[in-house]
Ligand binder design. Structure first.
Ligand SMILES: Cc1cc2nc3c(=O)[nH]c(=O)nc-3n(C[C@H](O)[C@H](O)[C@H](O)COP(=O)(O)OP(=O)(O)OC[C@H]3O[C@@H](n4cnc5c(N)ncnc54)[C@H](O)[C@@H]3O)c2cc1C
Length: 308
């Protein structure tokens, strides 16, 4: 892994750095580049703007690694409120939700996380939309796939996420490439040991392409999450080779990253879904975005230095 990336991801776990960054006056402005806002109303407003540009959304109420059942409960309530607002505003055919299981109690108790995820799925069903379970660090992968299987027995539309940097992922992709199965493929954003993950560079990209082929060859609905221009080109070519028409798979990108490319792909007739995070707990999310791109880090550190 790139040393700068490991340093930033390690800093993300450090309480003192967290307090310094989270309370710096400039942070809020920088955060706004990647985060839609703190409230349901702001998240819905961003969804509407994206819809006007021909884009769809998956909304993430920020939070993770919760070890407090009351916080997990607050997260469920936030999703219920959001889903009802999307329905009331006629946006549930344009937007779904992404859920981190560690935000709804996975680190406390798998059964609690499952029960909370069920409540979110029920609310999504009532709103007429879907849920995707984000994938977090590798220690949670098996538990997340178990919860996914449970949820899919009631709601087959619940989406999974696979990370191409993990050695195991091609097997998971083959196992999940079945009819009706929604699978988001990404490279992976956590600091992982060599024993389970490829290097962040070429090996992860090659694994990504192998998984693209496995997902396109199956009967499921692949969701390709990447900003990488080379991978976008390869996905487009491989989709054609597999006889996949636009609409039988989708592209996904993060809010604030390559917005012109998002619109370009939508104009070509592709479904493009933008991952829109919102809420007050933006710290871990922002640190992963900075770790991905040194240019963002320089921008962020310069802004911190000049305002303090
Ligand atoms: C919709 C979505 C959902 C995700 N969900 C998860 C999840 O559940 N679990 C998880 O671990 N990770 C998730 N991720 C994050 C993902 O794993 C990667 O960390 C992240 O997407 C960066 O990888 P990349 O494929 O964009 O390629 P990178 O290797 O980061 O970037 C490749 C190239 O993309 C271009 N690029 C990247 N950023 C920019 C930019 N800001 N401006 C211009 N060009 C840029 C550059 O050309 C760069 O060289 C998600 C990502 C997306 C898009």
């Amino acid at each position: 892994m790139n040393p700068l990336r490991s340093i930033i991801l390690a800093a993300a776990k450090n309480g003192a750095i967290r307090t310094a960054v989270a309370t710096a006056p400039v942070s809020r402005d920088v955060v706004r580049r990647f985060v839609a806002g703190e409230t349901t109303a702001e998240a819905v407003a961003v969804t509407r703007r994206l819809a006007e540009d021909g884009l769809t959304a998956t909304l993430d109420y920020l939070g993770e690694d919760t070890t407090d059942a009351a916080l997990a409960e607050a997260t469920v309530l936030a999703y219920e409120e959001l889903l009802s607002a999307l329905h009331d505003q006629g946006l549930s055919d344009r937007a779904e939700v992404s859920v981190k299981l560690t935000a709804v109690g996975q680190l406390l108790d798998e059964e609690l996380a499952l029960a909370n995820a069920r409540r979110i799925c029920r609310a999504a069903e009532a709103a007429g939309t879907t849920v995707t379970l984000d994938m977090e660090d590798h220690t949670t992968t098996d538990s997340t796939l178990r919860i996914l299987a449970e949820l899919r027995s009631t709601w087959p539309w619940v989406g999974a996420v696979l990370q191409s940097y993990l050695h195991r992922t091609l097997d998971d992709a083959r196992a999940l490439a079945s009819s009706g199965s929604r699978v988001r493929l990404c490279k992976g954003a956590y600091a992982e040991p060599e024993s389970v993950a490829f290097d962040a560079g070429q090996e992860t990209d090659l694994s990504y392409v192998r998984c693209v082929n496995a997902l396109l060859a199956g009967d499921g609905y692949p969701m390709f999450a990447t900003h990488d221009p080379r991978l976008v080109r390869i996905i487009t070519e491989r989709a054609e080779a597999h006889g996949r028409k636009p609409g039988s798979f989708e592209f996904q990108m993060l809010y604030g990253i390559r917005p012109e490319e998002q619109r370009r792909l939508a104009q070509l007739g592709h479904t493009v879904r933008v991952y829109v995070p919102y809420g007050g707990e933006w710290y871990g999310y922002l640190m992963r975005r900075l770790a991905e791109r040194p240019a963002n880090t320089t921008f962020f550190l310069r802004a911190l230095a000049t305002r303090n």
